[in-house]
Design a protein around this ligand. Structure first.
Ligand SMILES: Cc1cc2nc3c(=O)[nH]c(=O)nc-3n(C[C@H](O)[C@H](O)[C@H](O)COP(=O)(O)O)c2cc1C
Length: 345
């Protein structure tokens, strides 16, 4: 049951998740025709020549096709990640592909990179004037029929397509919804795969990590990717771990697919702390972006205080709507503590 107060604030929660998602896409698309950037300034950060007026951005999957950029800029985001984009357009996995549990503030999805393909997204980006209203990351992934052995070819072709329009790339090998994709984290793939990508672009490369890597494997992936020359990490994608409903003794969601939102918060926080500790001084000016279960302004400030440079949200937009971005900016204005003061890396 959704609480009445929550329904009042977020009435779309009374609709099925997939319908609410589809309607939001129509609304954001229409709004993008007339919306104007209105970026809030707090805890600014300049990194590799990119200026982030504030550190709170939208995560991969929110604007898969770069169709709604004006809307997101008008809501005040500090940066945008578009995608995941694949070389060829592809449809979603068979339904159901999205569901939610409002009490647990949890979202389940099994989308599988539905997107209009690289040409569509690049055409949208080429219409914009540079510099963009905020830094813009392009999240790249392979088409589902591309094998892991050939995966690098998809990523290289995406880099070619977006080299002049992306401010930085996010390498997505952490989605649980493309069969076998996470195998690319294995050392026998990862070293050569990242070396190919690194040699192919001047743009910063960020690696998006899976929360389901065992702790030792997580540390190993950090070391391997650091040695391969990545410029930062996003921690994390959705999880295949499941909370158990204490009443029914069954998981809240089916085993396939990824869960985001509040149930992911603890693991995401733990991995952020682990990364900060493990990298230590080796981190240098590399970027750490925290995502996963951020659902209040305090969560945002906590991630920054723990060493994240930037923070991303997806599920919070589902439960609180885009007003969440303003809520954080207002809370930040009333705060005076070192972790959210402007910093230059
Ligand atoms: C419906 C949905 C679709 C998503 N699609 C993508 C995607 O295409 N690419 C990606 O890298 N992450 C995707 N994600 C994962 C988010 O970017 C984010 O890492 C994750 O949801 C954790 O953040 P949150 O708890 O704030 O939602 C998706 C998440 C959701 C809920």
């Amino acid at each position: 049951m959704v609480k009445l107060s929550r329904l009042w604030a977020s009435p779309w929660l009374c609709l099925p998740a997939s319908l609410a998602h589809d309607l939001s896409q129509v609304y954001l698309g229409l709004r993008s025709y007339f919306a104007r950037p209105n970026i809030k300034t707090w805890a600014s950060l300049t990194w590799r020549g990119l200026h982030f007026k504030n550190p709170l951005g939208i995560a991969g999957g929110v604007d898969k096709n770069a169709d709604h950029l004006n809307s997101w800029w008008s809501y005040g985001v500090g940066f945008i990640e578009v995608g995941t984009v694949t070389p060829k357009p592809q449809s979603a996995n068979p339904p159901p592909i999205i569901s939610r549990n409002s009490e647990r503030e949890a979202v389940w999805n099994k989308m599988g990179f539905p997107n209009k393909g690289a040409v569509h997204v690049a055409t949208n980006l080429k219409k914009l004037v540079r510099p963009y209203a905020t830094p813009l990351l392009v999240n790249i992934g392979k088409n589902r029929e591309t094998t892991n052995v050939d995966a690098y070819k998809d990523y290289l072709s995406l880099i070619d397509t977006f080299e002049n329009t992306a401010d930085a790339f996010v390498i997505n090998i952490s989605s649980p919804n493309t069969s076998g994709l996470r195998e690319l984290f294995k050392p026998e793939f990862l070293t050569g795969f990242l070396a190919q990508l690194r040699a192919h672009t001047r743009r910063p490369l960020l690696l998006k990590l899976s929360p389901d890597l065992a702790d030792a494997a997580f540390a190993e992936v950090l070391d391997t990717s650091l040695a391969a020359g990545v410029d930062g990490w996003i921690i994390s994608n959705t999880t295949t771990a499941r909370e158990i409903n204490p009443v029914t003794q069954a998981p809240y969601f089916e085993a396939a697919g990824g869960v985001s939102g509040r149930p992911l918060a603890q693991r995401s926080l733990f991995l952020l702390k682990s990364a900060v500790n493990h990298l230590g001084a080796r981190r240098g000016d590399r970027l750490l972006i925290s995502a996963g279960g951020v659902s209040s302004p305090e969560d945002v400030f906590e991630r920054l205080a723990l060493g994240a440079d930037l923070v991303q949200i997806y599920s919070a937009l589902i439960f609180s709507g885009p007003g969440f971005l303003k809520k954080v900016a207002v809370a930040a204005e009333s705060l005076e503590f070192s972790a959210i003061k402007a910093k230059n890396k």
